[in-house]
Design a protein around this ligand. Structure first.
Ligand code: GDP
Ligand code: CA
Length: 308
């Protein structure tokens, strides 16, 4: 089967890992959020793309929960000593990837081509595509004014409550090469258990991508990032409360109006009434090991099969 998956970082990457155990990896295309991207020391950081590369490539630091395994921090410490701002942390090995990306971007290689090359180097069989090669940046409106995504998420530890999000550059961003084609060729479209507003939202803000999903002829299935109304990690629950009016599966589904045919959510969520046309699939969705990741992927595949 050919699957097109929309993904942010950690939640999406866990789902993709499960999918790789359940289907032939060469049939999977992951479309990654780039709204979190930022420039640090002149380097182009693409946190969700890199979380996918590191997780699927077996390079992720699973204990820390972000970044590359076997990391050291000598460059950061030296930079701190010399007065640099180091709130956005890049370990030494991670810096190496960023130096290679900077050099390639400066040569004119698009982010999508660089990502494909890095994926090959890491021995990754699935295709990982940034949603767009164009500049697209998430901004977050808070009671303390508008903050860039990473200022809000990392520097402010996502504490200021979110009143709205904006995707700068989305109006003119084109889907990266292969994205629309992968959606059109898919037997199943899956939206991973990523943050609907700041991980999936920026992908869907690219009009060509939204339209490709809206006009689908195959099932589209989303997985909820909330378990019993709570995010496993991060601000998704608070954002759903503030921006969608609640933390139930129906609120998650409301983020994907016209874009999904089924929602996989956790059996801890009860009294669920999803919008018409969205089939409810309750299962255990906590992905702590290979078996549980695979189960969530299989629930999505079965939901799609039942819809066909
Ligand atoms: P980020 O870009 O690294 O923040 O990652 P994502 O947006 O892809 O994923 C963050 C979301 O993943 C959070 O809202 C979590 O609640 C959700 N998440 C993480 N692990 C799990 C899990 O095991 N099961 C489910 N259902 N959601 C998860
Ligand atoms: Ca992210």
């Amino acid at each position: 089967v050919r699957v097109a998956v929309l993904s942010g970082g950690v939640g999406g990457a866990r789902f993709v890992q499960g999918l790789l155990d359940a289907v032939e990896p060469s049939g999977v295309t992951v479309i990654a959020n780039v709204g979190d991207d930022l420039e640090v020391y002149g380097l182009h950081v693409s946190p969700d793309v890199d979380t996918l590369l590191y997780t699927v490539g077996g390079e992720a630091d699973l204990e820390r929960g972000w970044g590359r395994r076997g990391e050291t921090w000598r460059a950061r410490d030296a930079a701190t000593q010399l007065g640099a701002e180091t709130w956005f942390q890049l370990g030494d090995r991670d810096l190496g990837l960023h130096l290679a990306r900077r050099e390639a971007l400066d040569r004119g290689e698009p982010l999508s081509a660089i990502t494909a090359r890095f994926a090959r180097t890491f021995g990754i069989e699935v295709r990982i595509l940034p949603a767009t090669d164009d500049r697209l940046r998430t901004w977050v409106a808070t009671g303390e004014g508008e903050l860039s995504f990473q200022e809000w998420f990392v520097l402010r530890r996502h504490e200021p409550e979110v009143q709205g999000v904006r995707f700068d550059g989305a109006d003119t961003a084109q889907a990266a090469p292969g994205v629309v084609e992968a959606i059109a060729a898919a037997d199943l479209i899956a939206i991973g258990p990523s943050n609907p507003f700041v991980s999936i939202g920026p992908i869907l803000a690219v009009e060509e991508i939204r339209e490709a999903i809206r006009s689908r002829r195959v099932p589209s299935v989303a997985v909820s990032p909330l378990i019993g109304g709570k995010a496993v990690k991060g601000p998704a629950d608070r954002m759903l409360k503030n921006l969608a009016g609640g933390t139930g599966p129906e609120h998650v589904a409301s983020c994907y109006q016209g874009l999904i045919d089924a929602l996989v959510y956790d059996e801890a969520d009860r009294d669920v009434s999803l919008p018409d046309g969205v089939r409810p699939i309750a299962t255990s969705t906590l992905m702590t090991d290979a078996a549980s990741r695979r189960r969530v992927a299989e629930a999505s595949l079965e939901a799609a099969a039942a819809l066909r």
